[in-house]
Design a protein around this ligand. Structure first.
Ligand code: DC
Length: 231
């Protein structure tokens, strides 16, 4: 069973995807983490972020890995655990260059599809999972929320991680990412064909996950009994 969840930053899709995967007892893939590791790699190696060929080459030769745990993803770069570092504002401020690179996207989408083939079942989240990576997914969701709500959620996470940011900075970063995510030439953020739209502005994560489970059951897909897999 392949379930895709796409949507903008701060829409709540990552938390929903993690919890949904745990509830379904299947692996969860955070594809944003892939773009983030490649961003960190490019920054560390001083790769020109506007040089398409250099970015694609760095992504192809880069020594990085994602370890898919049951509820989180562990990212390593040259053997170093960078799971936290890839969430920093410094990385967030530069992912748009990596996400706009056709060469990097081709490579990462191929890796995502290979992971899907290998594991068989997956909850995968990103910007292009239902539209490009898994157009034949069993079920596709598109999760959104108003920008003020998304910024408040992001701010919360960043402050918890010890970053010194305020709401205005986070809002600006989100606006910029929304613009570049939806306007880029390759794989722009769009509602995939056949996707179920969920507006999470006024919903708790629990309500979002329950709503998804209802759709999954309705589609005739198997949902394990609650209890042992409930998180
Ligand atoms: O979801 P996130 O904030 O961790 O994503 C990080 C960046 O990667 C963001 O700029 C959007 C981009 N991205 C993408 O272009 N395609 C994906 N499938 C996932 C993320």
């Amino acid at each position: 069973m392949i379930i895709t969840i796409d949507g903008p930053a701060g829409s709540g899709k990552s938390t929903a995807a993690r919890k949904l995967a745990a509830r379904l007892a299947i692996p969860y893939l955070d594809t944003g983490a892939m773009y983030r590791v490649v961003t960190l790699l490019a920054l560390e190696d001083g790769v020109d972020l506007n040089d398409e060929a250099a970015l694609a080459e760095a992504a192809a030769r880069g020594d990085y890995d994602l370890d898919l745990g049951p509820t989180h993803i562990r990212a390593t770069l040259r053997g170093r655990d960078v799971s936290e570092e890839i969430r920093s504002m410094r990385v967030s401020d530069h992912t748009r260059f990596i996400a706009a690179s056709p060469g990097v996207r081709r490579l990462l989408v191929e890796r995502q599809q290979a992971i899907g083939r290998r594991l068989g079942s997956l909850v995968t989240e990103g910007r292009d999972q239902g539209s490009v990576a898994f157009p034949d997914a069993d079920l596709k969701f598109f999760v959104d929320a108003d920008i003020q709500k998304r910024a408040e959620r992001r701010l919360h996470e960043l402050l918890a991680d010890g970053e010194e940011v305020d709401l205005a900075q986070v809002l600006e970063n989100l606006r910029q990412r929304d613009r570049t995510d939806s306007q880029r030439a390759v794989a722009p953020l769009t509602v995939p064909d056949g996707a179920i739209r969920i507006d999470t502005s006024e919903l708790s994560i629990h309500e979002v996950v329950e709503m998804m489970l209802t759709h999954i059951r309705r589609a005739g897909l198997q949902v394990p009994d609650a209890g042992q897999h409930d998180v």
